[in-house]
Design a protein around this ligand. Structure first.
Ligand SMILES: Cc1cc2nc3c(=O)[nH]c(=O)nc-3n(C[C@H](O)[C@H](O)[C@H](O)COP(=O)(O)OP(=O)(O)OC[C@H]3O[C@@H](n4cnc5c(N)ncnc54)[C@H](O)[C@@H]3O)c2cc1C
Length: 468
């Protein structure tokens, strides 16, 4: 038996590493087990960070090609060097994962490299690269082992021709034709990257709309914009199979309405149909730790499993699979272990799609409010009438604010347009403070900024926007 700890976190992603840091800040002797070679989890290694790097770089490349000349910036013979672009992305990932390692040292957190499992209520067993087993005693265990991509029946991801997001972040050359199965945010972000870099991109989606769960107005507008950018969509279509013939993929899908079967050839197929909790190998069944029918660990309001000292956070539990949600749960659990009242407000978790333009939302959609029979009013303001968006030639999209009809309390905000991924924080903060649309409308916003569109949308809730 080796060292004893107060808290052992299994998984070094945004949920796990943040929980470890907060635990150490609260004075607990803390360890974090990670099986990957670097810290930071899916988010830093194969998720948020590398995808945002490629989104940023591909957008600069695309702008340089299509817009610079018109703006008076004469840049001739612009060429793509994909391997340099990938190196840049890899460097960003390395800097950030090393940053987490530094934070562990700074906070005196033991970094246990290897695969962790729970072998008793108070024991975590770690198997390292050389298969050496070590057992650690601990007062508390936090499971934060994240999620992994899922595929469709009979479609096997080989990360060569049929890839998950991980493969799509590292193509060594630009695919001539890329088919994306799934019109959620991961598929659309990766589709945007490769479209800008020169691929012909088709998205095949089972539903009749993209980004399921987001506000209908946003989904419709986003679809229009992406189509204008040249991405093709096959909505209402069920993928039946993906065959591989001579290094190419042939995707067959059936239109749900017409029952017509299509077969389309592509160099690469990205399967982006969702992710599932990564819990195999943790010994949960033997421990009697329960899962729901989607494989998510069952917890109570304090994130406790059936053992009061074994907690679970992040992508392994219900709720949106988002890094910031995992981080906030990590902080909440550390504080709960310390006897404080850590909590997460699930009504105010923003979500962002980092395409161009960006998409961002927080709170209730109109569809949800209708279902819940809550009366509401809506204010909308287009970026076309926002001076900053106009000078920057980025006028697509709008801000939409939804407020309670009687009390005027802000219930949700949905935005598509430039910078909205950053702007959404303003409404999230307002909602945390229980603000009304009147509060936002009466807050002085700097001019000329994109955020004036939020103020104007809040004014529009009461039909008194100034610039539209
Ligand atoms: C392409 C892509 C883009 C994304 N973009 C965004 C975005 O822009 N914004 C956003 O909020 N979210 C984004 N996400 C989602 C985000 O990455 C996840 O929600 C987040 O990483 C979840 O954090 P986590 O700590 O729960 O798990 P993870 O980040 O998955 O970390 C879990 C860690 O646990 C380790 N592990 C698993 N089992 C064991 C074990 N038994 N022993 C030791 N270690 C183990 C894994 O190796 C992993 O490193 C994206 C995801 C993908 C795939």
């Amino acid at each position: 038996m080796q060292e004893n700890f107060d808290v052992i976190v299994i998984g070094g992603g945004p949920g796990g590493y943040v929980c470890a840091i907060r635990s150490a800040q609260l004075g607990f002797k803390t360890a974090c087990v990670e099986s990957r070679k670097t810290l930071g989890g899916t988010c830093l290694n194969v998720g948020c960070i590398p995808s945002k790097s490629l989104l940023n770089l591909s957008e600069i490349y695309h702008k340089a090609q299509t817009e610079f000349n018109n703006l008076g910036i004469e840049a001739n013979s612009i060429k793509l060097n994909l391997s340099k672009m990938m190196n840049n992305k890899d460097r960003s990932v390395l800097t950030l994962t090393k940053g987490v390692e530094y934070l562990f040292k700074k906070n005196k957190i033991a970094y246990l490299r290897g695969y962790g499992s729970i072998t008793s209520k108070n024991t975590v067993t770690v198997v390292d690269e050389s298969k050496k087993k070590s057992h650690y005693q601990t007062e508390n265990i936090v499971i934060s082992t994240g999620s992994i991509p899922v595929s469709l029946p009979k479609i096997k991801i080989d990360e060569k021709i049929i890839v998950s997001s991980t493969g799509a972040l590292s193509f060594s050359k630009v695919p001539k034709k890329l088919i994306i199965i799934g019109g959620g945010y991961i598929g659309l972000e990766m589709g945007s990257v490769w479209k800008r870099l020169g691929s012909e991109v088709t998205v095949v989606e089972f539903l009749d709309h993209i980004i399921p769960g987001m506000d209908g107005d946003i989904s419709n507008e986003f679809l229009k914009i992406l189509k204008k950018q040249g991405i093709d969509f096959e909505l209402n279509s069920k993928v039946n199979a993906v065959a591989q013939v001579k290094g190419q993929a042939i995707v067959s899908f059936t239109n749900n309405k017409s029952a017509k079967i299509e077969r389309v050839q592509a160099d690469k197929v990205l399967v982006a149909v969702g992710r599932k909790p990564n819990i195999d190998g943790l010994n949960l069944t033997k421990m009697g730790i329960e899962k729901d029918n989607q494989g998510r660990i069952q917890i109570n309001k304090k994130f406790q499993t059936k053992f009061e000292n074994i907690y679970a956070i992040g992508d392994v539990i219900p709720g949106p699979m988002l890094a910031h949600k995992a981080e906030d749960e990590g902080i909440a659990v550390a504080e709960i272990i310390a006897g404080q009242s850590g909590h997460v407000n699930y009504k105010v978790i923003p979500a962002v799609i980092y395409t161009h333009p960006e998409v961002a939302c927080v709170g209730k959609t109109e569809e949800e409010l209708k279902k819940e029979k809550i009366e509401y009013k809506v204010g909308k303001f287009p970026f076309l009438a926002n001076s900053r968006a106009k000078v920057n030639n980025e006028t697509e999209g709008f801000v939409k604010i939804i407020a309670n009809k009687k009390s005027d309390k802000v219930l949700g905000a949905h935005m598509i347009g430039p910078q909205v991924g950053t702007m959404i924080a303003e409404v999230a903060l307002a909602m945390e403070f229980g603000a009304s649309s009147e509060d936002i409308a009466r807050t002085c916003h700097a001019h000329p900024t994109h955020t004036e569109a939020i103020k104007e949308a809040a004014l529009a809730v009461d039909k008194r926007s100034i610039h539209y």
